[in-house]
Write a protein that binds this ligand. Structure first.
Ligand SMILES: [Zn+2]
Length: 476
């Protein structure tokens, strides 16, 4: 390089660095485009939606579980609100298992002596049990030993069972549904599966499930003591008969996801904003997750109201049947083509935003399946800008509808104000509230009503949700 060339280049560099300095001195903070949306999204409006979810639950015996009229009314309300705000709404149907116990179940010995057992203590219905009321002899089916029983796992185990008898089975070797199905096919009129009897395996089969609808006869899970009692009766060779009764609804029902997206914006990099709309059957599910649903509904309404058109599309998704294992979001993701998955720039999940004894948890972007994208950073920066303490939490990995998206490699993130977990001293120092008390004492309970919501949590979290939605959708 010659001197003649160097001089002009040096001059240019000096000039460039001067302009850079000037630009830096004059640099203003970037305009906060999300401010308008944040102030338009109010806790009052979110509480209003939440109240209507509660009304939907009240009209349905107190819950909004998948497959119920309470869920359907919630979905209709959301779809109606979105249409009124100018969105084209896509209601995506899918099947979800539905189970309900209509009456208390019965298990009792009727011969040789009458001996009732207590539901909840001695036995309980297995989830997805069929219905019926039978009085019939008991047949012990290849009971085996504690820790070594394949009772009822094979067809041949039932050789001695006479059609119409009640099959007595021991837990072990194969799933409950396999045992129950074999028994039903062999002609049993009801099934009693008792606990193994090994260490820690003596109580009733609490939480025991047949996995889904399909068994039409009553199936109860019993304690080891009850099993032994019945087995001894049979061994005595006396005429032993039991009464088994269960009154259930066990079937697949149609439920839905409700989806709407902005008309404008680039498909590539679409931001999907999701919340589950169903509750558990134990209560109305207003914090879990009326809070998240009401929040994203209000964000969708206000974006339309204010005419906000981010660079990329924003798609709002209200998932059905999350409480049954994220069935709605799984169904949705399974039906996306590879190209459609690739177009999603980020998935934001909002599941519980109004916990009464709340924390400000942001899904941890550095852990497990969240390890891509900048969603965590957008939330953390926002809270910092508002002087609000927030903490990343890595324990939420697959607890909600972000799971199916993360599995496909979509960058995910979200907010969470706490569920059944207990508030620690450190959390109380950071976020206020009561240490030693649950974040939400009404989690999955009948008391998860509008009363259970913390309006301040809703206000802070909905602003953060609105902010992240817009910032991510407006990224280059
Ligand atoms: Zn939830």
């Amino acid at each position: 390089m010659t001197l003649r060339r160097i001089i002009p280049i040096l001059a240019l560099l000096v000039l460039l660095s001067l302009t850079a300095c000037d630009a830096q001195e004059e640099k203003q903070p970037p305009p906060d485009k999300a401010e308008g949306l944040r102030s338009a999204v109010t806790a009052e409006a979110i509480l209003h939606h939440a109240r209507l979810f509660e009304v939907a639950a009240e009209a349905n015996g107190g819950n909004r579980a998948a497959g119920t009229s309470g869920y359907n009314a919630s979905a209709e309300y959301v779809a109606d609100q979105l249409r009124k705000a100018g969105y084209t709404v896509d209601v995506q149907p899918f099947e979800a298992p539905y189970y309900e116990e209509l009456l208390p179940a019965k298990l009792e010995v009727v011969a040789p002596d009458k001996r009732p057992y207590q539901e909840g203590e001695d036995f309980s219905t297995l989830q997805f049990s069929g219905s019926g009321a039978v009085v019939a002899p008991v047949r012990a089916v290849d009971l085996g030993e504690p820790g070594d029983s394949s009772s009822g796992c094979e067809r041949s185990d039932f050789q001695r069972l006479v059609r119409g008898e009640v099959a007595l089975l021991r837990r072990g070797s194969c799933p409950f549904e396999e045992k129950a199905l074999q028994a039903e096919e062999a002609g049993a009129s009801a099934v009693v599966i008792f606990n193994d009897g090994g260490e820690g395996q003596t109580g009733i089969l609490k939480g025991g499930t047949l996995g889904g609808p399909g068994i039409s006869i009553p199936v109860v899970g019993a304690s080891f003591d009850v099993g032994e009692d019945l087995a001894n009766l049979v061994e005595d060779g006396r005429e032993a008969a039991v009464r088994v009764a269960a009154s259930t609804v066990s079937e697949n029902r149609r439920t839905t996801n409700v989806i709407a997206e902005t008309k404008s914006g680039d498909e590539d990099g679409t931001v999907v904003v999701g919340a589950h709309l169903d509750s558990v059957s134990e209560g109305p599910g207003i914090n879990d997750n009326g809070s998240g649903s009401a929040t994203i509904l209000e964000i969708a309404r206000q974006m339309s109201e204010l005419g906000i058109k981010p660079r990329k599309k924003v798609r709002f998704a209200f998932w059905g049947a999350e409480e049954l294992g994220m069935l709605g979001s799984k169904h949705y993701v399974e039906r996306l083509s590879e190209g459609e998955v690739d177009e999603i720039g980020a998935y934001l999940n909002f599941d519980m935003l109004g916990s009464p004894n709340y924390v400000r948890f942001v899904y941890d972007g550095s852990s497990g399946p969240f390890g891509s994208g900048n969603v965590e950073e957008v939330f953390m920066d926002y809270f910092a800008s508002q002087n609000l303490e927030a903490r990343t939490d890595s324990t939420l990995e697959d607890r909600s509808d972000h799971g199916p998206f993360a599995e496909e490699g979509v960058p995910v993130g979200g907010l969470f104000t706490g569920a059944e977990g207990t508030k620690t001293k450190e959390e109380a120092t950071l976020f206020g509230g009561e240490a030693g008390e649950p974040h939400d004492p009404c989690y999955h309970e009948a008391c998860d009503t509008v009363e259970n919501l913390n309006p301040r949590a809703l206000d802070e979290m909905s602003d953060a949700a609105a902010h992240a939605t817009l910032v991510l959708a407006d990224e280059e």
